[in-house]
Design a binder for this molecule. Sequence first.
Ligand code: ARG
Length: 457
Amino acid sequence: MKLWGGRFSKAQDELTDDFNSSIRFDARMYRQDIEGSIAHAAMLGKQGIITAEDSELIQKTLREILSDVEAGKVEFLIDAEDIHMNIEKILIERIGDVGKRLHTGRSRNDQVALDIRMYLKEETLTIKNMLKDLELTILDIAERNTSVIMPGYTHLQRAQPISLAHHMMAYFQMFKRDIERLNDCYKRMNIMPLGSGALAGTTYPLDRQFVCESLGFAAVTENSLDGVSDRDFAIELASALSILMMHTSRFSEELILWSSHEFAFVEMDDAFSTGSSIMPQKKNPDVAELVRGKTGRVYGSLITLLTMMKGLPLAYNKDMQEDKEAIFDAVDTVKMCLPVFTKMIATMKIKQENMLNACKYGFVNATDAADYLVKKGMPFRSAHEVIGKMVAFCISQNKTLEDLTMDQFREFSELISDDIYEAISLNTCVNERTVYGGPSREAVKKAIKNARDFLDF
Ligand code: ARG
């Protein structure tokens, strides 16, 4: 018989049983469910809603159930529906009528709202720490490569020279914002809903603040209808994770390009690459491709959650049981991607010669050549045109700007003298860009220092 079976005269259809049940995917919240119940039972005892002895026995038995679950000694049943009723059923099997007092002043609606918040709080912190590891790895790469010059791109066309460190630090900023977003959604997850009851609170004199503090929440929810039917926090997390995956996917895309023979800027370590079953020469960047590919799953979870919630009248509706598979899959996917991605970039080989060579043949110093003329007094638009013509000439002659002789330079402008060579050297182009946030060695070192301070948590 179901724990809620009193008003029913017939057993549930087998298919309904299976269809309704969430134990296959909510069993992972067993610890949060038990900890929540222990706090609730302690509060019921403290308030005199149940006796102190009953409260003690319930708490003690719940602790035993927890260790039995962890030791693999407990089997959850589909027809007990979900993790909440499975645990309660085991409790009642063990201590009979006393166990039946646990659910006083509580509903599965506020119980599940509590459990999922507790579960996602922990996962958010785990992901935050994984992001910290990724950030530390990015900083190490940046620190080792402040003098490695590479082309910066727009439209995937060589644009202006930067350092590899500067390029890496761009990703640092993205993941920094991801950490901040996780901190932010943690704040809204960290609100305790127990006491909302099914939807309309309860007549029992619950001490919500006590439960809130014993479970380590920052505050209690302010409205019982909202307390049981808010899933914003899961949607926010799915959104933060989608943005995070978008960042890892962009990064992956670049690494995939950079691993090609066409770029040959990096080589993934053998341990993070895969061969081909037919082409003996192949070494494929599968890890980066999978990270890029899995991004879609996380976006999918976000859309699932938004769509699931958009038409729900207040308060709880069973549709909301669908929140779990979506948000769990998003969390699992991110937790799978981040550590392997971090190790992959930590071990990749950087081919700095090729990065430098790519700068030599791409007119990446053309802006600096124009700026040179501006500094000699020419208006920028005119300088842009002069250098544009110079580039066209170089292309026709298969030369770089710095290959031109002084006579050739002076055919384009009388303002040019010997100091042009220094002014358009790659080193000058990168390291004179000392503007705050720019690619010069000095500016990047400052960025790395700021980054280390940020990671001090
Ligand atoms: N398994 C349910 C869920 O995940 C728990 C809440 C059930 N509440 C109810 N009134 N049927 O949403």
